[in-house]
Ligand binder design. Structure first.
Ligand SMILES: [Mg+2]
Length: 264
C-alpha cells in the first residue's frame, strides 16, 4: 500500500485553492492512500449480525435438536442423531434462513405428515427464542461505543425482517442507526454491494466520513472482511464466532467482543 507521510493540516487546501486541487485531495482521502488504516480514528462501525453479535449457530443447533425430539414424539421413525444429521444437511441445502427445511426434510425421508411438521415448527420456534441472545458483554460494548459518539450500524446477509426480529429479541436494536439486510440490494456481502449501500446511507448521516474511518466487524473473512478491505475500511475479525479457519488477515482480531474497546 502506498503510504504518503505528511500531516493533514499542512495539506488542507487554502481558501484560494482551485476546485481541482480540492477534488484531488478529496480523492486521495477516499482512495485510502493518505494514511495507513491503523492511524485513522474509528468514527463508525458496520457490524455483521450472526455469529458476530449473537451465537446464531448455537441457536440453530439447539432449535433443530428440539424440533427433532418433537418430531420423534409425534411419530417420526428415526433415531435422534440420524434425524438431526439429515435435518442439518437439509438446512445447509435449502439455506439456513429458509422456512422450508422441515417439510423438505420430512419429504426427503419419506415421512411427510402435517402433525409431525407442526410439532417440529412449534418446538423449533419456542427453543429459537430462548437461544437468541447476544454474546457476553455485547450490550456493554455497544453502550460504551455509542457514548463515545461512534455510529453503529448492521450489515447482514440475513433477511431484513429476521435481522430486525433478532435485534429486537436481544434488546439491542436501539443502538443501531440503520440495518442493511439482504432485500436492500438482493445481493450478498461478498459482492460489495451491501457495503456500498451502507456507505451511502452513512454519508447521509456523516457527510465527509472517510472509508478508512469505518470499521467492519465480522466472523467471516470471505463474507465480511475481504469486501470491506477492498473498499478501504478497517477490519476486525470476530474470532469467537468463526466456525471454520479461513485465510487472510484483518487489522484486528477479537477474542471476545470486549476487545473492541481496546482500540475504538
Ligand atoms: Mg456472520
Amino acid at each position: 500500500m502506498l503510504l504518503v507521510a505528511f500531516s493533514l493540516n499542512s495539506y488542507m487546501p487554502t481558501p484560494a485553492a482551485s476546485g481541482e486541487h480540492v477534488r484531488s485531495i478529496k480523492s486521495l482521502f477516499s482512495c485510502g492512500l493518505y494514511f495507513s488504516a491503523e492511524m485513522r480514528k474509528i468514527r463508525a462501525i458496520f457490524f455483521d449480525l450472526d455469529n458476530t453479535l449473537s451465537d446464531f449457530m448455537r441457536m440453530k443447533e439447539e432449535a433443530c435438536r428440539a424440533a427433532v425430539r418433537a418430531m420423534i414424539a409425534a411419530g417420526l421413525d428415526m433415531t435422534q442423531e440420524k434425524a438431526y444429521a439429515v435435518l442439518m444437511k437439509t438446512y445447509f441445502a435449502v439455506g439456513l434462513e429458509s422456512d422450508m427445511a422441515f417439510s423438505e426434510f420430512l419429504k426427503s425421508v419419506g415421512q411427510f405428515d402435517h402433525k409431525i411438521l407442526v410439532a417440529a415448527i412449534n418446538d423449533y420456534l419456542k427453543t429459537k427464542n430462548d437461544f437468541i441472545k447476544p454474546y457476553p458483554n455485547v450490550e456493554l460494548v455497544l453502550q460504551k461505543l455509542q457514548k463515545e459518539g461512534v455510529i453503529l450500524n448492521i450489515v447482514t446477509d440475513a433477511p431484513k425482517t429476521k435481522a430486525l426480529q433478532r435485534l429486537s429479541t436481544m434488546g439491542i436494536k436501539r443502538y443501531f442507526k440503520f440495518v442493511v439486510g439482504h432485500e436492500d440490494t438482493g445481493r450478498e456481502k461478498q459482492t460489495g454491494l451491501p457495503l456500498m449501500l451502507a456507505l451511502n446511507k452513512l454519508r447521509r448521516e456523516v457527510p465527509g466520513i472517510l472509508n478508512s474511518e469505518i470499521l467492519m466487524v465480522g466472523d467471516s473473512m470471505e463474507r465480511d472482511l475481504n469486501p470491506a478491505k477492498k473498499l478501504g475500511l478497517q477490519t476486525a475479525l470476530a474470532k469467537y464466532g468463526q466456525r471454520t479457519e479461513e485465510t487472510g488477515t484483518a487489522d484486528y482480531e477479537l477474542i471476545e467482543i470486549k476487545d473492541l474497546t481496546n482500540f475504538v
